[in-house]
Write a new protein. Structure first.
Length: 209
């Protein structure tokens, strides 16, 4: 079973508390989501492999560490996942970015695919799927399955807030995928929204509520 890591860093917890507030406006919400994504990315990349590389400093030749082998890709689940991309690219500017479009059917709460565009070499990359909210787990599971169908083998999932129900679904569907969570909340309500959560992340990031 892959690992589930719930963040305990004080900065992450402080910033999540800020975006939970009903009176946090669109500009501040969007900026803080990006900052949280960057901080979670820092923790989620802790286990990336390194290789020794010989270089020359202004003083002498020496051996330094660089990321080994696989290059990285960031794949947001549209549309809310877009809010996490810039923060991650701040840390990993050479990462390629794919996009997966899924929406949740309001009646069945099941994911429906409408778009998928990935880097041509995504199968050889370490892929980070990002979405601010892991609610039912349906969209995340479907997105990861789409990546696996295209040959991706090393996949991670990152979210800011998760419900226990969604974590369980994702673990059962993809036991080989590491999950990185900013905060684990109490439950889903009857409308499949996370409680206490922060409302609709997409609406709050893009000001469409």
């Amino acid at each position: 079973m892959a690992k589930v890591m719930i963040m305990d860093h004080p900065l992450i917890q402080h910033k999540i508390g800020y975006i939970r507030r009903e009176d946090t406006g669109t500009k501040d919400f969007r900026q803080t989501v990006s900052e949280i994504a960057m901080l979670i990315c820092y923790e989620a990349t802790r286990d990336l492999e390194l290789a020794d590389v010989n270089i020359k400093t202004p003083i002498c030749e020496t051996t330094v560490k660089e990321l080994k082998g696989r290059k990285l890709a960031v794949v947001p689940i549209l549309r809310a996942g877009l809010g996490m991309v810039d923060g991650m690219l701040t840390l990993i500017p050479t990462a390629k970015v794919g996009h997966i479009g899924l929406y949740r059917d309001p009646e069945t709460h099941k994911p429906v695919e409408y778009y998928c565009k990935l880097p041509a070499d995504s199968a050889s990359r370490e892929v980070f799927v990002v979405d601010p909210m892991l609610a039912t787990g349906g969209s995340a599971s479907a997105a990861i399955q789409m990546l696996k169908d295209k040959g991706c083998k090393k996949i991670h999932f990152m979210c800011i807030i998760a419900a226990p129900e969604g974590v369980k679904v994702l673990q059962e569907a993809h036991p080989d995928v590491d999950i990185y969570i900013g905060a684990l909340d109490e439950k889903l309500n009857e409308n499949a929204y996370i409680v206490p959560g922060l409302g609709d992340a997409g609406d709050r990031i893009f000001g469409t509520k």
